[in-house]
Design a protein around this ligand. Structure first.
Ligand code: 5GP
Length: 195
């Protein structure tokens, strides 16, 4: 998605440790018009997937998912909560995620009330790096017996393994911008050519 790539080039900051900071439009301040255009792109890609629900993870996924839902007939958005403790009762689906940015594990939970075997789920997230966050969300769908109908990502770091592994596992992963390489010393970013 050209608009997103241009925005990353203009406002993204390449940090050491393979981290791309996009706080000015995605992870802290939110550009809702850009989110709306991202939602449009995912809706085109997943138009035949009969999505009944969008699943994301707090915090940055929520805004993106809520705007995207407007393009999927206003389906409900469910966000997995990052639990502080594992003192959880049986009314929830629980998985564990290793955070790339925080370098620690945390449990993620979704109430059984909001996901079931009737659902055809679009999983959305801001970034895809090693795929741990997505694996947690896929686990939760599996616990619920829900179908993972697709995965939409704003920015995939293609030089990390998550995207390739998920595609090899058969998931339809639609990443709107794929960074093939980035260099913290001069801030340069190379995007993968997309059709
Ligand atoms: P993964 O679980 O795929 O390794 O990492 C994805 C999660 O880590 C995303 O939900 C995102 O919050 C965070 N993340 C990973 N890499 C980056 C990055 O380069 N920049 C930002 N802002 N977040 C990242």
């Amino acid at each position: 998605m050209q608009e997103l790539e241009e925005r990353i080039r203009k406002n993204g900051i390449v940090k050491p440790g393979n981290v791309l900071k996009v706080d000015s439009f995605l992870n802290h301040q939110c550009d809702v018009t850009l989110f709306d255009h991202m939602g449009e792109e995912w809706a085109k890609h997943f138009k035949d997937a009969n999505i009944t629900k969008i699943l994301t993870i707090e915090a940055s996924g929520i805004g993106i998912a809520c705007v995207a839902a407007r393009h999927f007939g206003n389906v409900p958005v469910v966000f997995a909560k990052k639990a502080q403790s594992i003192n959880l009762d049986g009314d929830q689906y629980v998985s564990t995620v290793f955070s790339f940015t925080k370098q620690r594990e945390f449990p993620v939970i979704v109430s059984r009330k909001y996901l079931s075997s009737e659902d055809s789920v679009l999983i959305l997230d801001d970034f895809l790096a090693n795929g741990n966050a997505l694996q947690g969300l896929i686990d939760i769908c599996n616990h619920a017996g829900a179908k993972v109908a697709g995965i939409g990502i704003a920015i995939e770091k293609g030089f990390q393994s998550g995207g390739d592994s998920l595609r090899e596992a058969g998931y339809d992963v639609a990443s709107l911008a794929i960074v093939d390489s980035m260099n913290p010393s001069d801030g340069s970013i190379i995007f993968r050519e997309q059709i």
